[in-house]
Design a binder for this molecule. Sequence first.
Ligand code: TRP
Length: 360
Amino acid sequence: MKNILTGDRPTGRLHIGHYVGSLKRRVELQNKAEYDHFFIEIADAQALTDNYDNPKKIRENVMEVALDYLACGIDPSKVTIFIQSEIPALCELTFYYMNLVSLARLERNPTVKEELKLRKFEGGSIPTGFLTYPISQAADITGFDATIIPVGEDQLPMIEQTREIVRSFNHIYGATLVEPKAILPKNESCQRLPGTDGLAKMSKSLGNCIYLADEPETIRQKVMGMYTDPNHLRIEDPGQVEGNTVFTYLDAFCKEEDFVNYLPEYKNLDELKEHYRRGGLGDVKLKKFLNEILQAKLKPIRERRKELEAHIEDVYAVLKEGTIAANQYCDMVLKRVKEAMGIDYFTNDALLKVQQEKGQ
Ligand code: TRP
């Protein structure tokens, strides 16, 4: 069995960090990898765990995320795209897995910890739904027998938590669930693309994202305003490449043919970096080059998105059909789980028989 599953929270439109971190890989996998099923989940219920007071935002972004997927080339004839909250079996699985995870283990989950730091809950008290979302994510993964999870590195603790739940479940109830494995982007700068301001993460609230749907002028302005090396004041000054956001983006996006097309004075990125380090290469030139690359990359995505927006009922139908297929699959897994746990009372008359035999 080889199933691929991944997902995103619909808290906003998707940005180029999502693209290099995961979307690009998904399109490659859909076309090249061997797999039995490929699922992509729009994790609205998970998004509600820290946006429970703003369901409107989540609701609105479900379609935005679906549009971004399809615009990037995810093909619904190969991939089942579905909405998490429409799959009731996931709640049941979560409920049973909760018995297998301690509170202390959840509090130790590095992703949860980091998010808690970023996100101050009212009165300092953590909603249980938020704290337990790693368990619900384990349901997302195991509910589809997923073995391959293409994600960014921030999701590794979630996959580890899932693996522990799988082992614990199989140990107690017998071999039932399969252990997933994360696959990360190959290129390190793709694993966590920083914001345009150089901060560690692209985040809507920080206003440091370049969105897949951004218009050309917006992209240009964001690129020209990017953080570089603060000590590189004059063109002649030697510049630093490490931690320089423009170079991190070039590492993530630039290919050799981009030099032929937009910057023929250099052969490749190493040559460009070398010149920057030496001094004599200005930030504006670098940014213009990056802008050309991003414009070329995002143009077809934006255009395809506009076409899809004009046929939004087709996108809606993709989600609806995907969700029906996902429900069928997850119901089958839930049935298997309940059988393993011996809580399948009405699938056969074993329970009745035992009582009848006792009475004889
Ligand atoms: N936690 C992921 C994120 O924040 C979204 C997600 C939900 C997910 N369920 C998943 C990712 C299952 C991979 C597998 O982006």
